[in-house]
Design a protein. Structure first.
Length: 276
């Protein structure tokens, strides 16, 4: 749904201090309520190919599904239509990236992380693959909404590492799931309620590896709704802390409710207008 009047968004990506090219891709389209961030990997210049295909194709697939009045016939009964749209778009995109990696030697082994959100009817559909993250700031509390698909996260879950040890690990960049690496991929999906003044941050590991959650929360709070300033500050902090990877952020702030449902008062007044 079109949330242009209810949500503000800013996108920012930076090559960092040590990389020759930027393999991250960011995108947003509030006319369909969509936010996306992808962090590419693998092959000669192929990481940027995979991430770019991901954001362009998923946006196109969801736009087409919405324009064609997506049918609920295929949707699971417990899923919102937008969730099924996202599942379908990711399946098609994974197949395309995987096939290109087989057909083009220079793209062999390419893939990309993905974190995406679709805003619809005062809800947020969150989908992710890999270690790019989504956070939510509500009030003064920052929560990481996604869990990394990574070797480090598996070791943390198993109690083999502490968070302090994880920060020093040389396995930070080893993901256990990525878009386009295998013929099929599993998308982690959540459907969350949204509140006015919520701030949502999508980021690549170029930010989250170098700026801890406390500093991210402090930056978002001090910005006081100025998400353009917040995005610039987060990129700056990552570069000040080493800038070892590409750094990308997408920040959205909820300014007012967005629902397609009209209450009974609105319906009555609408009927009166039609009689004039």
């Amino acid at each position: 749904m079109n949330v242009s009047g209810a949500i503000d968004v800013v996108r920012l990506t930076d090559v960092g201090l040590h990389r020759d090219k930027n393999e991250d891709a960011v995108a947003s389209d509030l006319s369909i309520g969509l936010l996306m961030l992808a962090d590419g990997m693998g092959g000669y210049k192929a990481g940027e190919v995979a991430s770019e295909i991901a954001v362009l194709m998923i946006a196109a697939e969801i736009t087409e599904a919405m324009q064609n009045k997506f049918s609920l016939n295929k949707a699971e009964l417990n899923l919102l239509p937008a969730s099924q749209m996202l599942i379908d778009a990711v399946e098609k995109t994974n197949a395309v990236i995987y096939q290109i990696s087989l057909d083009q030697p220079q793209c062999a082994g390419m893939g990309t992380t993905l974190v995406t959100g679709i805003f619809t009817d005062n809800k947020l559909i969150v989908g992710h693959i890999g270690d790019s993250r989504m956070y939510r700031l509500r009030g003064d509390k920052l929560v990481q909404l996604t869990e990394d698909h990574s070797v480090i996260q598996e070791q943390l879950n198993a109690g083999l590492l502490t968070k302090a040890q994880a920060k020093l690990s040389n396995q930070k960049n080893l993901v256990t799931r990525a878009l386009g690496i295998d013929p099929e991929v599993e998308l982690d999906l959540q459907e969350l309620d949204v509140e006015v003044d919520d701030v949502y941050l999508l980021c690549s590991d170029g930010l989250s590896d170098l700026v801890d959650d406390a500093e991210i929360a402090k930056t978002l709070l001090e910005a006081n709704g100025n998400i353009t300033h917040a995005a610039s500050k987060l990129i700056q902090l990552a570069n000040e802390n080493g800038g070892i990877d590409n750094i990308s952020v997408v920040i959205a702030i909820i300014r007012k409710e967005f629902s397609t449902e009209k209450n009974w008062v609105q319906n009555i007044f609408g009927s009166f207008k039609n009689l004039k």
